[in-house]
Design a protein around this ligand. Structure first.
Ligand code: ZN
Length: 87
């Protein structure tokens, strides 16, 4: 299942709604100035899951994490772009 960080968000501004939420990778709360990304972890709902099992496209629920944490876990796409293009 694809689970990757596609877009870089930030730096977060003061008053952003997700400030104070915990990053699931490092358990550190987001704060102003953080660069974050969304990692797709699972289908958004049962209908989407059904589409996934049928091999159709589906919407994934995005979880916000620090961009650096996504990189540490190998979830950023940038490094693999050459490989994908070569296929
Ligand atoms: Zn983190």
């Amino acid at each position: 299942m694809p689970a990757f960080a596609e877009h870089k968000f930030g730096p977060k501004v003061e008053g952003h709604p997700s400030i104070g939420d915990l990053c699931p990778f490092c358990d550190v709360a987001f704060k102003a100035g953080d660069i974050t990304t969304l990692v797709g972890l699972f289908p958004a709902n049962t209908d989407e899951a059904e589409s996934m099992f049928k091999g159709e496209s589906f919407n994934m629920e995005g979880v916000e994490v620090h961009y650096g944490c996504a990189e540490e876990h190998g979830l950023t796409k940038e490094k693999e772009d050459d490989e994908i293009a070569a296929e």
